[in-house]
Design a protein around this ligand. Structure first.
Ligand code: ATP
Ligand code: MG
Length: 224
């Protein structure tokens, strides 16, 4: 998915968080967003997802203004926070995922993803009984379910153990190699095992640096 962000500004009430941010990604690019707590990383992806309505600046998906964008099911999203998650009824993981599964996706694909993320054996557990890390992995499977063209991941390293972070990153790399455009927020600042093509470094003073991987590797301190 081609993505163009032009002069984006975003504020919560009177608190400015994003100031005049512009960047472009081509189909198949893999962007890592880095920056300290509160620098606006989650806010930016929520603008891309239409969760935060954009009032100043423009965002285009495949040259179409997101105001008119319809193909939201072609975007997979894993949010950062799950503390407040509680499904209305005590359904199983498998049932929860079947609600999100579009007709074109086979059940065997769901099982393959559950296996890949190490949660196949708990597929019949109640969704409301899971630990934070397990729940996060269910949401990763959900984001990958319907052959997304764009994956937006507010990376879950805080509540997932090292081994599963590695599986997660391998799966993301795999999808990227199949042509999926990826935007991944990396909270732990570690870039290990990620086949990214671009980096966006955000600062709390609203400044940002957007670079291709090649240029970033020539800039000391940006890609340590
Ligand atoms: N819904 C909201 N209402 C008001 N202010 C908000 C809201 N969400 C975030 N903020 C504020 O906007 C700023 C950016 O927050 P954001 O969550 O985008 O940062 P972040 O870079 O994702 O941080 P972290 O690394 O902790 O996830 C912070 O100062 C935060 O307090
Ligand atoms: Mg965040």
């Amino acid at each position: 998915m081609q993505i163009d962000i032009n002069n984006l500004c975003f504020a919560y009430m009177h608190k400015l968080v994003i100031n005049n941010l512009s960047l472009s990604l081509n189909t198949g690019d893999f962007l890592v967003i880095r920056g300290k707590n509160g620098s606006g990383k989650s806010t930016l992806v929520k603008c891309l997802l239409g969760i935060n309505p954009v009032k100043s600046g423009m965002i285009f998906f495949n040259h179409e203004d997101i105001v008119n964008f319809k193909a939201w099911t072609s975007i997979g999203y894993v949010p950062q926070k799950f503390e407040d998650f509680n499904y209305e009824y005590p359904i199983t993981i498998k049932e929860f995922l079947s609600v999100s599964r579009l007709k074109r996706t086979k059940e065997s694909d769901v099982l393959r993803l559950l296996d890949k993320m190490g949660i196949l054996e708990i597929q019949n557990d109640n969704i409301n009984s899971l630990s934070g890390g397990q729940l996060q992995r269910v949401f990763i499977v959900r984001a990958m379910l319907n052959n997304p063209k764009l994956l937006i991941l507010d990376e879950p390293t805080a509540s997932i153990d090292k081994k599963n972070v590695l599986y997660f990153r391998e799966t993301v790399n795999q999808l990227h190699s199949e042509g999926v455009t990826v935007i991944l927020i990396s909270h732990d600042e570690s870039m290990a095992n990620l086949n990214y093509t671009h980096i966006l470094s955000m600062s709390s003073d609203f400044s940002f640096t957007f670079q291709s991987r090649k240029n970033a590797e020539l800039t000391p301190g940006v890609n340590e």
